[in-house]
Design a protein around this ligand. Structure first.
Ligand code: MRU
Length: 350
């Protein structure tokens, strides 16, 4: 289930808000189209919003008329900061837009900069796709024949370009002949688990059981889960994992029940610069909690707290699965060391 199509320099994305009941493709032609698609969560998932942000910038640059290079760069800066502000927590968006800006900065003319932006966006898309597959090949070693894996939110094809992050090892393990079952949490309030993960896995014929978020502890206490694999929106150099709201609860329960807890992500999700206190956790509209699929479920005027992500401390994390290998504690020194490796190792680009 690829969530985007890039054909003849035209970008279309699947409107994920409508899944699983409706399949609707939406064309994105401008940076503002990309901004709205990301902010409104037509596209979501850390790697995917990075890819869409990069194409948004490249498409917008292509629309800019013939201006002198300094003016072109100023315009581009404004577009880039707007795109990055669409969602503040997943670092992949900033990573992708920054890479595009760096490639444009190296160009000597406006046409060269436009071409460089396109090439960079295409490289980012290819990097995310190839890396997702690689995450599967590396992470499947952690899954034994007969295991049941719990996952949270959607870290599948729909969150990336293909395969997924946390769902990729499950897919590869099954390809290799292992019997693997999945327990997927529904993931309130946006229901990415129920709407997207359940859909993807069911389409692939993978034995999947959907539970509500409130059932995580009980499911683990009943021995229903052998390991947890989920994605990440940002991983800090000391191993803090910032991921979909509810991840911290899953990690706490996993620790309580001695269930190994792995986060699976590409290096584009790693933020070596920011401290935990500096990470902005996106707060979304109260309506997401007050309403379920358009139906009010709480009284009007009630106070609502709706953070989209939470922070899991490193002591609850068994390991980090990346394209640069499986990283076990202590995370700080190992992430520092792996950060020195080039992206070329997987992406084949610069
Ligand atoms: O709000 P979303 O749906 O964009 O959140 C997505 C997640 O939290 C995923 O778990 C995360 O992006 C990792 S998936 C590749």
């Amino acid at each position: 289930m690829r969530p985007l199509l890039w054909e003849g320099r035209r970008l279309s994305v699947l409107d994920q808000r409508l899944l699983p009941t409706r399949v609707k493709w939406v064309g994105l032609r401008t940076a503002e189209d990309a901004f709205s698609a990301i902010a409104e969560m037509k596209v979501r998932g850390a790697p995917l919003i990075g890819v869409v942000g990069a194409f948004g910038l490249a498409l917008e640059a292509g629309r800019m008329g013939s201006t002198p290079l300094p003016r072109f760069r100023e315009g581009l800066e404004r577009v880039a900061s707007r795109l990055v502000s669409a969602r503040p927590t997943a670092v992949n968006l900033k990573w992708a837009v920054d890479r595009c800006m760096d490639s444009a900065a190296r160009a000597g003319t406006v046409p060269e900069a436009k071409e460089a932006l396109m090439e960079e966006a295409e490289w980012i898309m290819a990097y995310e796709e190839r890396t997702a597959r690689r995450l599967g090949e590396i992470g499947e070693r952690l899954i034994r024949d007969g295991d049941t894996v719990m996952t949270h939110c959607n870290a599948g094809s729909l969150a990336t370009v293909d395969y997924g992050t946390a769902l990729s090892p499950i897919r590869v393990a099954i390809e290799k002949g292992k019997k693997v079952k999945v327990v997927a949490t529904e993931t309130r309030p946006a229901l990415q688990g129920a709407r997207l993960t359940a859909l993807e896995l069911q389409k692939d014929g993978i034995d999947t059981t959907l539970i509500s978020d409130t059932m995580v502890g009980y499911a683990m206490s009943q021995g229903m889960v052998d390991l947890v694999m989920l994605g990440a929106d940002r991983v800090l150099r000391d191993g803090h994992v910032i991921n979909k709201i509810g991840t911290y609860q899953v990690a706490t329960m996993a620790s309580r029940h001695s269930v190994p807890f792995y986060s699976v992500f590409p290096w584009s999700t790693v933020d070596m610069k920011t401290e935990k206190e500096g990470v902005r956790i996106e707060q979304r509209s109260p309506k997401e909690v007050e309403f379920v699929r358009g139906r009010r479920v709480a009284p009007k005027g009630i106070k609502v707290f709706n953070p989209a992500f939470d922070i899991t401390p490193p002591e609850l994390v068994t390991g980090l699965v990346t394209e640069r290998g499986i990283i076990l504690p202590p995370f700080y020194s190992k992430l520092e060391e792996a950060d020195g490796a080039p992206y070329e190792a997987v992406g084949g680009g610069n």
